[in-house]
Design a protein around this ligand. Structure first.
Ligand code: GMT
Length: 375
């Protein structure tokens, strides 16, 4: 059994979910897990005797204009490597977590291997600030092993950073105990949705790249043909723009803003369709969560989305920004019960076969073994 440190952004977000769920799965296998994060990961909601939490505290010294979070993290990592004798430090994101881990490895006396998982945000950061290229490249090249959540992300990372290093694809997964169809006969009526109305869902952090406005425009076309309601789950920078758009399009009676929600599987279980029309998406964990609950998805032909949705089998892939295509496919699916049932069953099966937690856990454990054996 190994001692494994994990660093991620512990707040809401796919990478935080994956890092925390992986930690829990590894702990169940008997490994000793040490989360090194700025706050308790939000999915760490019960007591596990072999999961420890090391909080990174940032002091606001008057001499510094900015509190040095990354250095505080590196220092905490080095402390945990030495005191706990970590075998592996698994960090999520090259920037800044792999950089901090490399610094911590230099500082620590105990030998540790660094595994870095890329979730796409490093590439987004690079798109905004080219001056960080060498830093991100350094983080990846000096990790002992690197994984990415889709083939598309591997290709993009190698092209943009001009690196040769092996990057293994380890897909994201869902916690099957949480993400499955959960019968709740009253929830639909509690939201004042009529029985005959279809339910369409969008879940995101409302960043610009999620193109929530495309979801709204597509929904307008759908609801003109199929009586339906749109549930928007999540919150973020574009929230008020979207709220205004919904008012302007006179859709306020049909669009429900639910904000951040905890028991998403229960809401997904009343949904008939999930839309993710992002312009950047290295994987799209919310698609997997929806599929696991039997909800067919329509996603844009971007990044890792086509690796998660198999077009015309368990959902539809549409071209970025093609609102008509989204609406037509949605109407086709929502008005054909047989097709809907097939997609729903294919989706559940697809998640079980390709993205089940046992399979992905095994892939990570094998990678840890290989990294440690490579010396
Ligand atoms: O999408 C976001 O804004 C959040 C971000 C994160 O760090 O959680 O998501 C990224 O990682 C997820 C987990 O691997 C992926 O499912 C998302 O596709 C990816 N987001 C982007 O690539 C934009």
């Amino acid at each position: 059994m190994k001692k494994i440190g994990i660093t991620c952004y512990p707040t809401v977000g796919g990478s935080g979910v994956i890092a925390t769920e992986l930690g829990k799965l590894l702990a169940k296998q008997g490994h000793e897990i040490h989360f090194i994060t700025s706050s308790l990961p939000f999915r760490l909601n019960s007591v596990y005797s072999n999961i420890y939490f090391h909080e990174v505290e940032i002091n606001h010294y008057p001499v510094f204009q900015y509190p040095p979070y990354d250095l505080a993290l590196a220092s905490k990592m080095a402390e945990v490597i030495d005191t706990q004798k970590l075998d592996i430090l698994h960090v999520h994101y090259a920037m800044p977590h792999a950089i901090c881990a490399i610094l911590a490895r230099d500082i620590a006396k105990h030998d540790v291997k660094i595994v870095t998982t890329l979730h796409g945000t490093d590439i987004t950061v690079l798109g905004i600030d080219k001056s960080l290229k060498k830093m991100i490249k350094h983080g990846i090249e000096n990790s002992d092993a690197v994984t990415a959540v889709s083939n598309s992300l591997v290709k993009q990372t190698k092209e943009m950073l001009e690196i040769e290093k092996d990057i293994e694809v380890v897909y994201n997964f869902v916690d099957e105990n949480e993400y499955h169809f959960q019968e709740n006969p009253v929830l639909k009526s509690q939201y004042r949705i009529a029985n005959h109305e279809k339910v369409i869902v969008h879940i995101s952090n409302f960043r610009k790249v999620k193109r929530v406005e495309d979801v709204i425009y597509a929904f307008k076309k759908i609801t003109n043909r199929v009586p339906s309601k749109l549930l928007l789950i999540g919150d973020g920078p574009e929230y008020s723009e979207i709220y205004q758009l919904v008012q302007d399009l006179n859709l306020h009676n049909n669009v429900l803003f639910l904000g951040k929600q905890k028991n998403v599987a229960e809401i997904l279980s009343i949904a008939d369709l999930k839309l993710l029309l992002s312009e950047k998406e290295s994987f799209g964990l919310v698609i997997l969560e929806a599929m696991a609950c039997g909800v067919p998805c329509i996603g844009s032909n971007v990044g890792g989305i086509p690796e998660v949705i198999t077009n015309n089998y368990n959902g539809f892939i549409t071209e970025l920004g093609d609102i008509d295509m989204v609406a037509n496919k949605a109407i086709q699916l929502l008005t054909d019960d047989k097709l809907w049932q097939q997609f729903s069953e294919h989706g559940i099966e697809h998640v079980k076969r390709n993205f089940n937690s046992k399979k992905i856990l095994h892939q990570y454990e094998q990678l840890y073994d290989k990294t440690l054996n490579d010396g």
